[in-house]
Write a protein of this length. Structure first.
Ligand code: MN
Length: 257
């Protein structure tokens, strides 16, 4: 039997399960808030053009207004200064967007410390148990942060000392970028860096090292608790925006049920 026939059979029989890892897109979707003096992207919004009325007696359609980095989305290399000679989102090969998922669960540590940083030792401990990070794969950081995905304030967790959300250390971001063959790195938080990553060296190390090494980021993932540590296949489907630095994306995981 061909692989595609096997896949179709598995889907029809339910032996292959699809988990949607995407947050819904609406004006309520939590989005990044940059500090002064930096301007922010606009939130997602629908603008009605016709709704079965004189503007369109038989149809309904909208314009969409949105920033690129809104909701569950991908960061392309050109998003960051270190990747400015790299690919825009339309240039990322589909082969890089579909691959094995490695799920690293640090939710217990994050429950104790919202400013948790993933270190190389955490990844090496995961590898000791599950094997090397997969080539063409995605490291997905399970932090439990998706429970705040419908609550803008809790999702950003900001106070006078900044935004307290988990992330990755500079050393770990550099190691993932330079020592692994990952396609990218996915998180449950609003961005691929820690909330206070402006204070790390270099600032925003996940963006700096990963996007500078032709690796991609995906954010605002959900349902990572439904995935095994290994064995799921990730499907990332951004819009091919020419010149785009990122795009809202539908992200699925395929796994044995
Ligand atoms: Mn982004």
């Amino acid at each position: 039997m061909s692989l595609t026939t096997s896949l179709a059979t598995a889907l029809a029989e339910g032996s292959l399960k699809i988990v949607d890892l995407t947050n819904t897109l609406s004006a309520e979707t939590p989005t990044l808030r940059l500090p002064e003096p930096f301007p922010n992207l606009i939130d997602f919004r629908l603008e009605e053009v016709a709704a079965y009325n004189e503007s369109g007696p038989f149809w309904k359609h909208h314009n969409i207004h949105t920033g690129e980095h809104i909701g569950t989305h991908i960061d392309a290399p050109v998003h960051w200064a270190s990747g400015k000679e790299g690919k825009d989102v339309s240039q990322i090969e589909p082969e890089r967007l579909i691959g094995p998922a490695a799920v690293l669960d640090v939710s217990a540590a994050v429950a104790q410390n919202a400013d948790f940083l993933l270190e190389v030792e955490h990844v090496k401990a995961w590898e000791a148990e599950h094997g090397p990070l997969p080539a063409n794969g995605w490291l997905l950081l399970r932090t439990g942060w998706d429970k705040y995905a419908d609550d803008k304030e809790a999702f950003l967790n900001a106070d006078e000392s900044g935004s307290h959300t988990p992330g990755i250390s500079s050393a770990c971001a550099k190691w993932l970028a330079e020592e692994t063959e990952l396609s990218g790195y996915g998180v449950e938080t609003v961005g691929i860096d820690q909330g206070n990553a402006a204070e790390l060296d270099p600032p925003f190390p996940a963006h700096y090292f990963l996007l500078g090494s032709d690796k991609y980021g995906i954010t605002s993932l959900q349902n990572l608790d439904k995935l095994p540590a290994t064995g799921a296949i990730l499907v990332v489907a951004p819009l091919p925006i020419v010149g785009g630095t990122g795009s809202p994306a539908r992200v699925y995981a395929l796994l044995d049920s």
